[in-house]
Design a protein around this ligand. Structure first.
Ligand code: NAD
Ligand code: TYD
Length: 344
């Protein structure tokens, strides 16, 4: 078997690649990644020398590069590559449209040309928009994205469904909730909070901090993605939820408690524009059809994640890039400086 993974140098893609290569050492995994600010080859160091693993640096919007890297009759494309951070999409959406929309169409076209057997698009619960309390986003609910990021991921989904309908491609979609775990770039809430707390720096809490997210450990998500890839029903969309709907302040309180740090590090800052209050997926389909369940309880997963960042300080230092700092300062620096620091 040969699989072609896009975005395999990012947070979730690299977990998927590491786990797949360890599980199926005799198979070929081609990792196609542009290595944007979010792509980090250190994430792949544990498998870089495995015989079945190959890295190809390229842009999914570049049909020529994809054509060159994608083998004929490849078993599957697993499409993780995306611009993935909501705050960045608010500052500028064009790269999100380019990669998440145009890039997805280029991949679909080349996959069809090359006779790829199965196409798996990694989407997000954010395509459902903010879900009112007491309601759940179901696989057959209409998408209602509200951030530029979520809108671009929804457009990608539509193109995948259109290709399946029009050309009979075997295409599937997973919509996962908020992932956390090792190797996550420290612009996202949990690694940002861990790295700031360790330095006794303030942790920015957007608005009232009562926004609800359903946290899932990245290893649980990648087991679900593997199950969908291997056994999913052609054309199906599967929700992958962690079953851990938690308001941000409560989550951060738990994290600070694990780290032995005071809650006074939490500092309220201006809310994210258009901030979705609540994501909540209905996720029974993947349980009943594929027998997948999340295995890592939130507190255990957070504890292990804190330990991982402790043991991998060098990774964290390398990930704290200048680009990140600039964008961060532009967006939230004033609030944080007022609170005594602006370190990200
Ligand atoms: P990430 O930002 O950590 O990684 C994205 C990867 O894609 C990087 O390696 C980057 O270099 C690569 N990439 C970006 N543009 C590219 C391009 N034009 N061509 C080739 N490669 C490119 O993202 P992540 O958090 O690992 O998310 C992976 C996927 O899962 C995304 O599709 C995202 O929408 C989805 N998702 C993420 C979460 C989450 O909590 N992180 C939740 C739901 C869904
Ligand atoms: P994030 O990790 O950016 O994921 P997403 O926006 O895709 O859900 O943010 C998770 C939640 O945490 C979201 O409600 C925004 C909030 N948040 C903060 O309060 N402070 C922060 O510094 C960040 C990055 C996020």
């Amino acid at each position: 078997m040969a699989i072609f993974v896009t975005g395999g140098a990012g947070f979730i893609g690299s977990e998927f690649v590491r786990a797949w290569v360890r599980r199926f050492p005799a198979e070929t995994v081609i990792n196609f990644d542009k290595l944007t600010y979010a792509g980090n080859l250190e994430n792949l160091a544990p498998v870089a020398n495995e015989p079945g693993y190959r890295m190809y640096r390229g842009d999914i919007c570049d049909a020529g590069a994809v054509r060159e890297a994608l083998p004929e009759r490849c078993d599957a494309v697993v499409h993780f590559a995306a611009e993935s951070h909501v705050d960045r999409s608010i500052l500028s959406a064009s790269e999100f449209v380019r990669t998440n929309v145009l890039g997805t169409q280029v991949l679909l076209d080349v996959a069809r040309e090359k006779g790829v057997k199965r196409f798996l698009y990694i989407s997000t619960d954010e395509v459902g928009g903010s879900i009112p309390p007491g309601r759940l986003f179901r696989e057959d609910s209409p998408p209602a994205p509200s951030s530029p990021y979520a809108a671009s991921k929804t457009a990608g989904e539509h193109l995948v469904r259109a290709a399946a309908h029009t050309f009979g491609i075997d295409a599937l979609i997973t919509r996962t909730s908020n992932n956390y775990g090792p190797y996550q770039f420290p612009e996202k809430l949990i690694p940002l909070a861990i790295s700031n707390a360790r330095l006794d720096q303030p942790i920015p809490v957007y608005g009232d901090g009562l926004q609800v997210r359903d946290w899932i450990h990245v290893a649980d998500n990648c087991r679900a993605v593997a199950a969908v890839l291997q056994r999913g029903r052609p054309g199906a969309t599967y929700h992958i939820g962690g079953g851990n709907q938690t308001p941000n302040r409560e989550l951060l309180g738990l994290l600070l408690n694990i780290m032995g740090k005071p809650e006074s590090l939490l500092v309220s800052v201006t809310d994210r524009l258009g901030h979705d209050r609540r994501y909540a997926v209905e996720g029974s389909l993947i349980r009943s059809e594929l027998g997948w369940e999340p295995e890592i309880p939130l507190e255990d997963g957070l504890r292990a994640t804190v330990q991982w960042y402790d043991a991998n300080r060098e990774w964290l230092e390398h990930a704290r890039s200048g680009e990140y700092r600039q964008y961060y300062d532009r967006m939230y620096g004033r609030d944080l400086k007022g609170a005594g620091g602006d370190r990200a």
